[in-house]
Design a protein around this ligand. Structure first.
Ligand code: 2AM
Ligand code: CA
Ligand code: CA
Ligand code: CA
Length: 258
């Protein structure tokens, strides 16, 4: 299966620009906030609206595509066959509700299981990160330099709060071995920080739509994304994800599996 990458890039940039306008407009009215699995697991009317918008756009342009999105759409897909879009309409919903900043819209595109293109829109800052195995790493219209492959000791490390507090998989020790832990509350903003070279890595428990864009973008700059045991991700399974530049990734693996 072959996809026109330039056209895909154009489409996704257009959809996300429209998403951003709609989200900013919706933020001017009171949000409807509901809980899902727990009081910390939120969904708003804007999450749902943007998922619906993106699904409509994707299917208009790619009628044969399959879509997996956090806020439901069709039966969960169980394999990455054909053209698949994995979307998170608002990533960092808690930040969206509490801070009105530091949240993202993410789209990851896969062809027969292979990453093709990823996009992370930092809505508040209006910064769009895109990239893929055959798509250069860019922020808005500018090419980004390859982030430095720094040792863990010289880089900030994004971590999941509960994993840090509970020292799960030695994450507290790993964070102490870095230049310092950071907790941004949005997987998308964490991956963006790594792409910009502001963080050397990110460790968290994540769902498919939390990682799909980051994995595809990471292919543009040599990011390593694995399970704690070093295995490649089975993208449709939730689980702990270690995403880091190669040198730091190797050090994290060593500490996690000590
Ligand atoms: P979300 O806002 O789209 O749910 C920090 O909470 C990060 O972890 C966010 O990117 C959030 O994505 C994600 N996350 C994954 N599972 C979560 C859960 N059960 N509760 C809260 N956040 C979750
Ligand atoms: Ca959620
Ligand atoms: Ca998410
Ligand atoms: Ca979400």
């Amino acid at each position: 299966m072959k996809i026109d990458l330039a056209q895909l890039d154009l489409n996704i940039r257009q959809w996300l620009a429209a998403s951003r306008q709609q989200i900013l407009l919706a933020m001017q009215s009171p949000l409807t906030v509901n809980t899902k699995s727990s009081r910390k697991d939120l969904v708003t009317n804007v999450d749902r609206m943007n998922q619906q918008f993106l699904v409509t756009q994707i299917l208009a342009a790619y009628p044969d595509a399959h879509i997996e999105g956090e806020e439901g759409h069709e039966a969960k897909i169980d394999r990455l066959k054909g053209l698949v879009f994995i979307i998170d309409p608002i990533d960092g919903t808690m930040n969206f509700v509490k801070q009105k900043a530091n949240f993202a819209v993410m789209i990851g595109v896969y062809c027969d299981g292979t990453p093709v293109y990823g996009a992370i829109l930092d809505v508040w800052r209006n910064e769009l990160i895109v990239g893929g195995p055959d798509v250069p790493l860019m922020m808005n219209d500018q090419r980004l330099n390859q982030p430095e492959d720094a040792p863990l000791a010289d880089g900030l490390l994004g971590v999941n709060g509960p994993m840090l507090i509970n020292n799960r998989l030695h994450v507290a020790e790993i964070a102490l071995a870095s230049s310092g832990p950071r907790l941004l509350g949005s997987a998308g903003i964490e991956f963006k920080s790594v792409a910009l070279g502001q963080q050397v890595g990110y460790i968290s428990y994540l769902q498919p739509w939390d990682v799909a864009a980051g994995v595809a973008i990471g292919a543009a700059f040599g990011l390593k994304v694995t399970r704690p045991n070093g295995d490649a991700l089975a993208l449709l399974e939730p689980g702990v994800v270690v995403a880091a530049m190669p040198q730091a990734h190797a050090q994290i693996m060593e500490m996690m599996n000590a």
